[in-house]
Design a protein around this ligand. Structure first.
Ligand code: GLA
Ligand code: ZN
Length: 654
């Protein structure tokens, strides 16, 4: 059964409301309630004095109504006394100064002093609640970012990380190539986190920055492990996760979730959809990305439950069907638990206009009614959680590429994510399931592997892709692959795509970083397609051209090539296209590989399948505000705006 949850902050409300709230949640169809994150000042009002009576009572009230809890550790929000009495616990910003208090998340997760206090509150909670029947799972902290803190402890930590990695400064200087601009480090204490103003990163040594990003990501992973180990000491069977989001400083999620049991995400898809479905960027990308953290089904710990607001003006109201549609879209991509943010809109504090299911009036409303419909619908699919998203197509991702690309943008308007999303969108538009995979993952069972921008080049990955193609698979490699070695320095002495040359059977004679300018290329069908950002001018070795540039001094030069490699194929895409390019390319590849695709799907209609011992379920979601009609399996299907239809393997509609 798919688990339905509600995010609830009992400490925000008068106790007189708890009982009725719990009864209404249970009546709506919820199974679990996520509580306690952020409530440290209520659990430890002063240093060493703990008060869990209120939490005991809240848990008891919920449990009386059949609701179990996902317990949050409150460490995102340390109480003010901690910051005041132990200023070493405060995070420092890019400006090299302690952050101004007054919002949330001010703690330095690396600081040993903070770890002492965080460890203690987590331990108090674990001692009290771990293993109890009321506890369904644990959530650690909240929306953790990569640890970009410049405090003295973090600075020292970065130095230790480098000492461990390089041993001595000679090796470090050689690896970093730091003779450029007299950047040679002669004493360890010259090393700092190198975080100046955001737009200054282009002036720093990229090799130094890459190591810093690795250190910062490792801190976050270590922090999560640290908290989880405390809980596991009290309950080895505890189910532990943390709620991730697409934050400014993305951690290495695969590393972060290694110590956790299930991946989780805060899912806030766009409330305002573009008029033109062509302009839609599907939220499905985020969902498939989260599924990649553990390469299995995941949870949503905050699911869009009302209009957003608070850090900006209030968003428009959610369209009818949106709450249910987005929830089922998440389920379609592998969510086995959805906890809605939040029960009632806060009446105090900064988020008083970030709407929950209920408004301040506390009256039942359209959103709650929609949640009830969703719960009744999911109750008719009790076996759904015994299915997975099974894919024959993989999209490789690595945090390293994100780190390196972010610090050194390659062309105006061109991010690592752009290409990941474009390839993902191509699969979605053809109704083909796709798994996003960490680079280290096994490629067994896949037919197609998409490799956008393998910038920091890992020779092991190249070798595994060669073996995959040799055995009959199709690999697609793009521009800005093979550019750098694993230290973040450029690979010297061979034409791009360097290590990918043999696999792709082509080389780059010159490149043109065209930024936001637009050009076109000719597809094998003779049609043209718009391109932007980047043009690799290709010369084929063993490959054949697949698409050609039409403009500038390189009109007629290959832009995309196709190479037979062993029993398989490798495409090299030297540019960044409009969505239609990926659709055309992937359609050809899917045909070659015998992967069933749905080329007649209108844009914005998503078809995803879950299958396994629990049966087969095909989800059809209209992620637009228009009614869409299209042919499917020889019939015509109609979907209202934001409607989800679910078809079982037996052909029944649920
Ligand atoms: C994030 C946080 C929540 C809340 C929501 C509001 O996801 O985790 O505490 O602030 O945003 O949108
Ligand atoms: Zn710090």
């Amino acid at each position: 059964m798919i688990t339905i949850g509600i995010d609830y902050y009992p400490e925000h409300w008068d106790r007189a409301l708890w009982e009725e709230d719990a009864a209404r949640m249970a009546r709506a169809g919820a199974h679990v309630v996520r509580i306690a994150e952020f409530a440290w000042s209520r659990m430890e009002p002063e240093e060493g004095r703990f008060d869990f009576a209120w939490l005991d009572e809240a848990i008891a009230v919920l449990y009386r109504h059949g609701l179990r809890v996902i317990l949050g550790t409150p460490t995102n929000c340390a109480p003010l006394w901690l910051y005041q009495d132990h200023p070493e616990t405060v995070q420092w910003g890019r400006d090299g100064r302690p952050t101004a208090l007054g919002i949330r998340g001010h703690r330095c997760i690396y600081s040993p002093v903070f770890r002492r206090y965080a460890g203690r509150i987590v331990e108090e909670m674990a001692r009290r609640y771990a293993g109890r029947p009321e506890v369904f799972a644990w959530q650690l902290d909240n929306e953790l970012e990569s640890n970009h803190c410049t405090c003295p402890a973090c600075t020292e930590g970065f130095r230790s990380f480098l000492k461990e990695k390089y041993g001595d400064l000679d090796t470090l200087n050689r690896t970093w190539g730091s003779q450029v601009w007299s950047g040679e480090v002669s004493r360890w204490d010259q090393i700092t986190p190198l975080l100046g103003p955001e737009n200054d990163t282009g002036w720093y040594n990229p090799a130094w920055m890459l190591d810093y990003e690795r250190f910062a990501a490792a801190c976050t992973a270590d922090y999560v492990r640290f908290q989880s180990e405390i809980i596991r000491r009290y309950d080895p069977h505890a189910v532990i996760t943390t709620n991730s989001c697409f934050c400014a400083n993305l951690p290495d999620f695969h590393q972060e979730f290694a110590a956790l049991d299930v991946a989780a995400y805060d899912n806030y898809p766009p409330i305002v959809l573009p008029e033109d479905p062509e302009a839609l960027t599907s939220n499905a990308f985020a969902l498939d990305f989260i599924r990649s953290f553990k390469q299995r089904n995941f949870w949503i710990l905050e699911q869009l439950g009302g209009p957003m607001g608070c850090w900006g003006p209030i968003s428009p109201a959610m369209e009818p069907g949106m709450l249910e549609g987005y929830a089922l879209q998440a389920v379609a991509h592998g969510a086995d638990l959805l906890s809605f943010f939040r029960w009632r809109t806060a009446a105090t504090g900064a988020e008083m206009f970030c709407h929950g299911l209920l408004d301040h009036s506390n009256a039942s409303n359209r959103r709650l009614a929609e949640l009830e419909v969703l719960c009744r619908r999911l109750a008719r699919m009790p076996e759904l959680d015994r299915t997975d998203v099974v894919s024959q197509v993989a999209l490789l991702y690595s945090a390293e590429q994100e780190f390196a690309f972010k610090n050194q943008p390659q062309s105006a308007g061109f991010a690592y994510w752009t290409q990941l999303r474009l390839f993902h969108d191509g699969c979605m538009n053809l109704g083909v399931n796709v798994d996003i995979l960490p680079e280290s993952a096994s490629l067994e069972g896949y037919r197609v592997v998409l490799v956008p921008t393998h910038f920091i080049t890992n020779p092991d990955v190249v070798a595994r892709l060669e073996a995959f193609a040799r055995a009959g698979g199709t690999v697609v490699v793009t521009n800005r692959s093979g550019v750098k070695d694993q230290n973040g320095n450029c690979i010297l002495g061979q034409p791009l795509p360097t290590l990918f040359g043999a696999l792709c059977g082509c080389h780059v004679t010159e490149y043109d970083a065209i930024g936001p300018a637009r050009q076109t290329l000719t597809l094998p069908s003779g049609e043209t397609c718009a391109i932007t950002s980047w043009c690799d001018l290709l010369e084929t070795d063993t490959a054949e051209p697949w698409a050609w540039y039409t403009g500038r001094f390189y009109a007629g030069t290959p832009a995309i090539t196709k190479n037979h490699f062993g029993a398989g194929t490798a495409y090299y895409v030297g540019t960044v296209g409009e969505k239609a390019l990926y659709r055309a390319l992937l359609l050809e590849i899917f045909r070659e590989q015998g992967i069933p695709a749905l080329p007649s799907l209108p844009r914005g209609v998503e078809v995803t399948e879950r299958s396994g011992p629990g049966g087969r379920y095909r989800f059809l979601f209209n992620d637009t505000l228009h009614t869409q009609t299209f042919p499917l399996d020889g019939a015509r299907l109609k979907l209202r705006p934001l409607e989800v239809k679910i078809q079982t393997g037996e052909g029944d509609w649920l």
